[in-house]
Design a binder for this molecule. Structure first.
Ligand SMILES: Nc1nc2c(c(=O)[nH]1)N[C@H]1C(S)=C(S)[C@@H](COP(=O)(O)O)O[C@H]1N2
Ligand SMILES: [Mo]
Length: 325
């Protein structure tokens, strides 16, 4: 996703280019020249990022054994850990999806705190250890769809955001939830540029935030989130385009009015507040009818609400989804 006015529009190409280049490299076609060898080395070894070595998550319960069938992606392969951790959108570190892992590698999250505030009876500052007391982490395998028409299947570790919101007791005036990413240009070099307005902000309607599919995730593939995927805690809303999944959250505020969101501010005609995955409503500059599953060739049809229509369709009954895109 590139901001419309300040970066040249070439949205769809990156996913296809990435996939083709990697196929190319893996089959060794490029490996003949010295220049190409250097490229192969860099691309396949990710020297600055290395392997994912974050801590294993203890006590992770699997939804498959919970009988929570709605949370399983049946018949679709999980995206490789390599692809999930080296094809990222995280403008605080880089606008180049393949550069984020290296740029974020040394991001320090020790002592992280998340303030939950606003229209609640019990505002509170939480540590990650406090989250463990609210809910044990669960594994949820979700289909994820980026607004740029690529997708992944990711085994998240997290817990329903509803449990955190219940703990702070929203008042009856609370209608929306606003989220904020850390603002610290020393630790997030991308924030020294004006590519987006910082800090990155996102929002959900309260009923969307309370839906059991909506997660606060702190891990993937059974390990703590690597920095590039939003360490130490991020939002996951699988029926919405990826940009709703705000990373490295420091503030969650219950509010009465619909809050501003970063991509809507950057391009109001292109990125709406709702951002529900919808193959029938195209982005002004490209079709949303199909998607490229990262790691696979060809394209597959995009599903209404990303395949979660049965679980979330009722939230939007009677709304015109072309107006509320
Ligand atoms: N703070 C912050 N959160 C963010 C972004 C970002 O640039 N900054 N990019 C969003 C977009 S567009 C997508 S598709 C997902 C990508 O998450 P992933 O890299 O873990 O796949 O993160 C979202 N969350
Ligand atoms: Mo995205």
């Amino acid at each position: 996703m590139k901001e419309p006015n300040r970066i040249s529009p070439r949205e769809i190409t990156p996913a296809a280019t990435y996939f083709n280049r990697r196929t190319f490299l893996q089959t060794g076609i490029l490996a003949a020249s010295a220049v190409a060898t250097g490229l192969v080395y860099r691309r396949l070894n990710h020297p600055a990022a290395g392997k994912v070595t974050t801590a294993k998550i203890e006590g992770l319960t699997s939804v498959a054994t919970n009988g929570n069938e709605g949370f399983r992606v049946v018949g679709e392969a999980q995206t490789s850990l390599e692809n999930i951790t080296h094809y990222n959108n995280f403008y605080e570190f880089s606008t180049d999806k393949e550069e984020v892992a290296a740029k974020a590698a040394n991001f320090e999250t020790k002592g992280w705190q998340i303030s939950v505030e606003g229209l609640v009876r019990k505002p509170r500052i939480f540590s990650l250890a406090d989250f463990l007391k609210i809910s044990p982490p669960e594994e949820r395998i979700y289909r994820m769809r980026c607004v740029e028409a690529w997708s992944m299947v990711i085994p998240w570790a997290g817990f329903p955001l509803s449990r955190l919101l219940e703990a702070v007791e929203p008042t009856s005036d609370a209608k929306y939830v606003a989220f904020e990413t850390l603002f610290d240009p020393k630790r997030m070099p991308g924030q020294r540029s004006g590519v987006l307005d910082w800090p990155y902000v996102e929002g959900l309607r309260l009923d969307e935030a309370m839906h059991p599919l909506t997660l606060l995730a702190s891990g993937l593939y059974g390990r703590a989130l690597p920095p590039q995927d939003g360490a130490p805690v991020r939002l996951v809303v699988p029926w919405k385009y990826g940009f709703k999944g705000i990373k490295s959250i420091v503030k969650i505020k219950l509010v009465a009015e619909q809050p501003p969101t970063t991509w809507n501010l950057a391009g109001p005609n292109e990125y709406g507040f709702y951002a529900n995955v919808n193959p029938q409503v195209d982005h002004p500059r490209w079709s949303q009818a199909t998607e490229q599953r990262i790691g696979e060739s060809g394209r597959r049809p995009t599903l209404m609400f990303n395949g979660y229509e049965e679980q979330v369709g009722h939230l939007y009954a009677g709304m015109d989804l072309r107006v509320n895109f």
